[in-house]
Design a protein around this ligand. Structure first.
Ligand code: COA
Ligand code: AMP
Length: 630
């Protein structure tokens, strides 16, 4: 693997002989005991990779680089635009801090297999807590800071953690967001009670500590370092909750062995970044991009990772990304298209670029939502480097489709995240599961088994794993995305086919928003749909029918519903617009025609389905659907 012109041969080998392909890739990882089988399909559809193998993921991400003589290499650069601070840790320093924090967790009772919830802003301690949990063979579950206490409580009850690690505050632009009161509220709401919390006090806010709370600094001072605990390749490394179609989030499970192999392989091969080079994923550790490409892949591959606390614009200006690239000599940048749309909006001619030397930057990778051709062309024109769209999901953990910069230089087609990556056989199916012709839109599905590093199941819910993903099209994993594959094999992902929406690269469930909107006393029924937005890609908009006889000012209703969403789900849901409608369009069996509503709102009206209950409803609400949002 490695020379140019190699995509076809590499991909073909990965699908014709996955055992040989991934068996070879497994040699990139240090095993305590090597696997006895590469792919175990004896309990299909629960496929398991590298059974019999024993390892520790933290050892592979940190210790082994120190042992190999690279202890002085920079592992992590923390750059905080919001506090105007920066700090670097070498691999040796990272190992020592992680070992010490593993000692803290062990002293609080955490043992292999236990869960640790991490609810933190973008500070190095978040990464240290993740790696320390992995060091103990325990299972972390990071919860994004933009989620409200109620959402955190749901995750606490599902993951039943022994310990929760948090901080006194996060910083959003000029605002200090206190985390500890949110954590306290979540612990009050949750039925499960962790035995302890560890709180990082930040200078911007002081958290009051209660009976089960431990101060990060004091705990570290009293701790003794803990060594790596060997686990099975098939043991879970982490759980990451993501939005499904219902209100209950799905606990995506990641194993240790398959994940270590796939991610170590992916950094040089897909992202073209090698040990000692600088990789920057401008995302958040609360999302899968943060797990895979801020934390695990760069460290597993021995590269330097940048942890950036701030936004692409406004901290201090739309040149923030260029400053970070120039200052830390970043070789590859990975972010969401929405970040580039935000920069383009503030600085349309990219004038701020001229102030910085960004010649270190070889490639820009964009993922998390559809890369619209306009943003692609803007970035391409101003940066003059390859702009590589890559498509994947929390479930897969690494790209399903991309252009592998490490071993080929394929032509790029704007609007497409290029070609399937090794191990992924991508098909487009109609509603009945029949293969569609090249270029025809349908449901994008991946043939089983999925490659290493992808989800083996859902946390404590094998049945939901099968029901949500595997039973839709037998023999396939249903991605929930719609689109097509062209005659050259390039994949085009046009959007979700379910009730999941993507707001500024953040995946959210309209179902969970509807559940909150429906609790408003004036609301008889409601539908939340994602409508197109020039900056965020999509934003949620709620359409509500009032209870008969109820009178309420639309502005008051909107303010109350927006407050309820922020309180129950969190500010990240970004619901701003609530529209009162006389009725909702439904099928004869009473199902709300959300897709039809979405089409009208986005200016792509399709013929109403023949199952519609009352065609006049659509005509009555059409002007309300078409009106622009806030
Ligand atoms: N803790 C607390 N609150 C948070 C938060 C966190 N970690 N992250 C976001 N929020 C809040 C924001 O402050 C904002 O609150 P507000 O409504 O009170 O202003 C709300 O959640 C929405 O945040 P966001 O979606 O980030 O919108 P924004 O307008 O603040 O910024 C972008 C828009 C495009 C600049 C920003 O989303 C961005 O940089 N996105 C690209 C990178 C990325 O994160 N990708 C994710 C996956 S790759
Ligand atoms: P998440 O699980 O949060 O990473 O969100 C995954 C979803 O984001 C996918 O199912 C797609 O709908 C969307 N997505 C991610 N990357 C891309 C991309 N490159 N092009 C189009 N959609 C994308």
């Amino acid at each position: 693997m490695g020379s140019a012109g190699n995509y076809q041969a590499t991909y073909a080998r990965s699908v014709s002989d996955p055992v040989a392909f991934w068996g070879e890739a497994a040699q990139l990882v240090d095993w305590v005991e090597p696997p006895t089988s590469v792919l175990d399909d004896s309990n299909a559809p629960y496929y398991r990779w590298f059974r019999g193998g024993r390892l520790n993921t933290c050892f592979n991400a940190v210790d082994r680089h120190v042992d190999a003589g690279h202890g002085d290499r920079t592992a992590l650069i923390y750059d905080s635009a919001v506090t105007d601070a920066s700090r670097s840790l070498t691999y040796r320093e990272l190992r020592d801090e992680v070992a010490l924090f593993a000692g803290v967790l062990a002293s609080l009772g955490v043992v292999a297999g236990d869960r640790v919830i991490i609810y933190m802003p973008m500070v190095p301690e978040a990464v240290i807590a993740m790696l320390a949990t992995a060091r103990l063979g325990a299972v972390h579950s990071v919860v994004f800071g933009g989620f409200a206490p109620h959402e955190l409580a749901i995750r606490i009850d599902d993951a039943t953690p022994t310990v929760v690690v948090s901080a006194s505050c996060g910083i959003e632009g000029a605002r200090v967001i206190e985390y500890k009161p949110m954590l306290d509220k979540a612990l009050e709401l949750a039925e499960h009670k962790p035995t302890a919390t560890v709180i990082l006090q930040r200078p911007q806010a002081h958290a009051e500590l209660g009976a089960i709370d431990h101060d990060w600094v004091e705990s570290m001072a009293a701790a003794t370092p803990h060594d790596c605990v060997t686990v099975d390749a098939t043991d879970p490394l982490y759980i990451l909750y993501t939005s499904g179609t219902t209100g209950k989030p799905k606990g995506i499970v990641r194993d240790n062995g398959g994940h270590a192999v796939a991610l170590t392989w992916s950094l040089p091969n897909i992202y073209g970044v090698n040990a000692g080079e600088v990789f920057w994923a401008a995302s958040d550790v609360g999302w899968v991009v943060g797990h895979s490409y801020i934390v695990y892949a760069p460290l597993l591959a021995g590269a330097t990772t940048v942890l950036y606390e701030g936004k692409p614009v406004g901290t201090p200006d739309a040149g923030a990304f260029w400053r970070v690239v120039a200052e830390h000599k970043v070789n590859a940048l990975f972010t969401a298209p929405t970040a580039f749309r935000a920069i383009k909006k503030e600085d349309p001619a990219a004038e701020l670029l001229t102030g910085y030397d960004i010649s270190s930057l070889r490639t820009l990778f964009l993922a998390g939502e559809r890369l619209d051709p306009e943003t692609y062309h803007w970035a391409s024109r101003h940066l003059g480097i390859p702009i590589v769209d890559n498509w994947w999901q929390t479930e897969t953990g690494w790209p399903i489709a991309a252009s592998p910069r490490g071993f080929d230089d394929l032509p790029i087609k704007p609007g497409s995240p290029s070609l399937p990556m090794p191990g992924y056989i991508v098909d487009v199916l109609d509603e009945n599961g029949h293969l569609l012709e090249a270029g025809v839109d349908g449901n994008i599905a991946i043939r089983l088994p999925l490659p290493p590093g992808t989800l083996p199941t859902l946390w404590n819910d094998d049945q939901r794993y099968v029901d949500s993903y595997l039973s839709v099209f037998p023999g396939y994993y249903a991605t929930g995305d719609g689109g097509n594959v062209d005659a050259d094999g390039y994949v085009y992902v046009m959007g979700r086919t379910d009730d999941v929406i993507n707001v500024a690269g953040h995946r959210l469930s309209t179902g969970s928003m509807e559940a909150v909107v429906a609790t408003h006393p004036a609301v008889a029924e409601c539908a939340v749909i994602g409508v197109a937005d020039a900056l965020k890609g999509q934003v949620p908009r709620a359409f509500v029918v009032l209870k008969s006889g109820v009178e309420i000012e639309p502005a008051v209703l909107q303010a109350e519903v927006v407050a309820a969403i922020r309180d129950q789900i969190g500010p990240v849901a970004a619901l701003k617009s609530v529209v009162v409608v006389p009725a909702l369009p439904k099928t004869r069996s009473g199902k709300i025609l959300r897709r039809t509503m979405r089409g009208i709102a986005d200016g792509r009206p399709e013929a109403p389905p023949s199952t519609i209950d009352d065609i006049s409803v659509l005509d009555r609400i059409r002007p309300l659907l078409e009106q622009p949002g806030e």
